[in-house]
Design a protein around this ligand. Structure first.
Ligand SMILES: Cc1ncc(COP(=O)(O)O)c(C=O)c1O
Length: 367
């Protein structure tokens, strides 16, 4: 008996495998595989989360009213146009369900975030990988890939796992060339780490275009990945669609309270940003000192080419020494590893482990 048949596309989905978090026999590995904030959450966020424990029998506010108000005040945005999701991942799903279907096309850049093709296939749409140039989204290639079937373009800016970004002129050019019936999602998960004057998360384009959505997450600099809090700033008509299809209680109460407290803790935010600003260049220099190619990053991680060494061999070697980094085969970059900017101690462990690997490892083919 064959049993029930899933919808078109579902069985083509490669199950998402997140960064590793455990090593057998090692109690506290250095966790540099998931782009988490190594300083942990704001103490105020932890208190707020715990305070809700006595109210766990109550349903949360389905409208996320207080959280949307706090985000609106913080970013100077209209709360009515903010939609919250269980992580920005949920927002991507809602956009997929709302706007794409069987036979439609969803575009993303070649080394874009793996959640995008999963969303496309979940709704029966065809994910189209658009070639990049030098590990950056190529605006011309993206525009050339748009067809009458293109419903959504997902663009992480900065991008994970490359760490590269598009400047405002480049995004402006993309938006000007995309038909207004195609949604452009600017995924700003790592925006808080960027210091470039020519960069913008893009809220103003949401005001200018009926088809531009900007998504954010509390999982990265706000260090609340476990709480699952993300949000989107949308044109009114898109906010309306997402509100119709989202689960009535898609946001959990402790997560929302933690997010409100995290947003208010500007000191913790500044500490987290300063930590990244200090240790990202430090790590890049150390890796370059090993003769490795480090791709320029504006985020809280570095993509490093292990060539001429074997990236998987290196990853397993340092894992055995208690350091976890992300393999990049699933992103089509099998020669690379992605390394999160961890604590000072974690980075020291990483460098010691890599030093041991490179010291005993002749480059492939000899040198
Ligand atoms: C580019 C990008 N967007 C979105 C997310 C997901 O964020 P969330 O935890 O809010 O679902 C990630 C997580 O790694 C990411 O790298």
């Amino acid at each position: 008996m064959a049993g029930p048949t899933p919808q078109p596309g579902i069985l083509d989905i490669a199950v998402y495998v997140g960064g590793e978090s455990t090593v057998a026999g090692i109690a506290n590995p250095a966790r540099l595989a998931s782009n988490e904030n190594p300083l942990g959450p704001s103490p105020h966020a932890m208190e707020a989360y715990a305070r809700v424990a006595a109210e766990l029998h109550r349903y949360p506010d389905g409208g996320a009213t207080a959280l949307r108000a706090a985000i609106g005040t913080h970013y100077g945005l209209d709360p009515a146009r903010i939609v919250c999701g269980a992580g920005s991942d949920e927002i991507f799903y809602l956009l997929g369900v709302g706007y794409a279907g069987v036979g439609d096309e969803v575009l993303y850049s070649a080394h874009g975030f793996l959640a995008y093709p999963i969303v496309a296939r979940s709704v029966g749409a065809v994910p189209i990988q658009v070639p990049e140039t030098d590990l950056r989204t190529d605006v011309d290639a993206m525009l050339a890939a748009v067809t009458a079937r293109t419903r959504i373009i997902f663009l992480a800016n900065p991008n994970n796992p490359t760490g590269s970004y598009l400047n405002s002129d480049e995004i402006g050019r993309l938006l000007a060339g995309v038909p207004v019936d195609t949604i452009v999602v600017l995924d700003a998960a790592y925006a808080d780490y960027v210091d470039r004057e020519d960069y913008s998360a893009g809220h103003r384009w949401v005001d200018d275009y009926p088809n531009v959505v900007v998504t954010h997450t509390f999982s990265k600099i706000y260090a609340l990945g476990a709480a699952r809090v993300g949000w989107a700033y949308c044109p009114p008509a898109i906010a309306d669609v997402l509100n119709r299809i989202r689960q009535p209680f898609n946001m959990n109460a402790p997560g929302m309270e933690a997010a409100i407290a995290a947003l208010a803790d500007t000191e913790h935010f500044a500490r987290s940003k300063a930590h990244n600003d200090k240790w990202r260049p430090w790590l890049a220099e150390k890796l370059e000192g090993f003769g490795l190619k480090v791709h320029p990053s504006v985020a809280n991680f570095l993509l490093v080419s292990m060539s001429p060494h074997d990236a998987e061999e290196a990853r397993l070697f340092i894992k055995a020494r208690g350091v976890l980094v992300r393999q990049m085969g699933s992103y089509g970059l099998p020669d690379c590893l992605r390394i999160t900017i961890g604590t000072e101690d974690e980075l020291a462990q990483l460098i010691a482990a890599l030093d041991a690997f490179l010291g005993r490892n002749e480059p492939r083919g000899g040198a």
